[in-house]
Ligand binder design. Structure first.
Ligand SMILES: [Mn+2]
Length: 332
């Protein structure tokens, strides 16, 4: 949830309703990249990195308020993405901006409940086009390391320059115990926020390859020990259908990553058998795991073809509404 976009007015009722569907709330997100109506100080020149202490104080107070909403909902993490940066050389002092950000994050970190985590997202450009104060994984990692054990780096797949080797970033962050989680999406040009797996499914598979290998090396639980989030945005698809496609793409990449013959890959790497290493990866990637996923859904009481099932349900609902029927025979 994004605060103040999604302020929960009746948090206990929302929490209870969600729990009835087997849902719970993961990370809450602060927003100091937009000025809100009636806000005393503007974030035009930044928030947590701002040269004016009063602006920083306002932004820190907002983050602490977001934690309060999160506690009511049962969240356990705060995600921070800052648009703080500069548009022109000379506009700011990089070191001062970084130090102000660190000090602000330290105050927020101190306000975290004991069982909470702080996730720091990075992005190289947009809305600023010369520098971003948390511009890459190195800067995020540095901040997380300075803050403490409960801080980590959040990787948004769209927040990289074209051609960046994201799977390598994932591997190193996991090795250092600082990978907090993911914002899944896909892109052709920049922060396109397209459906994950829609443009470059091979990259997604390679990322999951590193995730499985790195998490197993640290004895991590695949489901629980990282924050898995979908951060996509579009206006030409039904958002529920898009979510189903996203989940399917993630599951395919994960299942394929589990199929990688690790022993054979390590052996090929140690003997510099480059061709065989590629064959091993692509053998897993080119395996059609969709029937396996369908069977898995079927066995857990879900739909074999979720999109088709969802559309049938929509047609049925429309018929009920249009004809004033109380029920419509199945078979649509
Ligand atoms: Mn994101």
């Amino acid at each position: 949830m994004h605060i103040p976009w999604d302020i929960p007015e009746h948090a206990p009722a929302i929490k209870k309703l969600a729990a009835g569907y087997g849902l719970h709330f993961d990370a809450v997100n602060s927003n100091t990249f937009q000025d809100q109506p009636g806000q005393q100080h503007s974030y035009k020149f930044g928030s947590l990195h701002h040269v004016d202490k009063e602006v920083r104080k306002q932004a820190i107070a907002h983050n602490i308020e977001v934690i309060k909403y999160g506690v009511e909902l049962g969240s356990k993490a705060l995600s921070v993405w800052l648009s703080d940066g500069s548009n022109f050389p000379g506009q700011l002092n990089f070191r001062t901006a970084f130090q102000n950000t660190l000090e602000s994050l330290q105050e927020i970190y101190q306000a975290l409940p004991a069982d909470w985590k702080l996730w720091i997202e990075y992005k190289p450009y947009e809305p600023n086009f010369y520098s971003t104060t948390i511009g890459d994984w190195g800067q995020s990692y540095l901040l997380a390391s300075e803050l403490g054990d409960r801080a980590g780096t959040l990787v948004d797949l769209g927040h990289h320059l074209q051609g960046t080797n994201i799977e390598q970033i994932v591997s190193i962050l996991l090795m250092k115990g600082r990978l907090a989680g993911f914002h899944f999406n896909d892109s052709k040009y920049g922060d396109d926020d397209l459906t994950v797996g829609s443009i470059n499914p091979y990259q997604l598979f390679l990322i999951f390859g590193e995730l499985v290998e790195g998490m197993d090396a640290r004895g991590m639980n695949h489901a629980r020990d990282l924050g898995w989030m979908i951060d996509a945005s579009h206006n030409v698809k039904d958002p529920i259908e898009d979510l189903m496609q996203s989940v399917e793409a993630i599951k395919i990449a994960y299942a394929q990553a589990l199929l990688i013959d690790r022993k054979a890959l390590v052996n090929a790497q140690q003997h510099h058998d480059v061709a065989l290493a590629q064959e091993i990866l692509q053998q897993a990637y080119r395996t059609d795991v969709r029937p396996l996923l369908a069977e898995s859904r079927f066995r857990s009481g879900g739909a074999i073809q979720p999109l088709t099932a969802f559309r049938s349900l929509q047609v049925r609902k429309n018929l009920i509404r249009e004809r004033g029927l109380t029920s419509v025979a199945t078979g649509l």
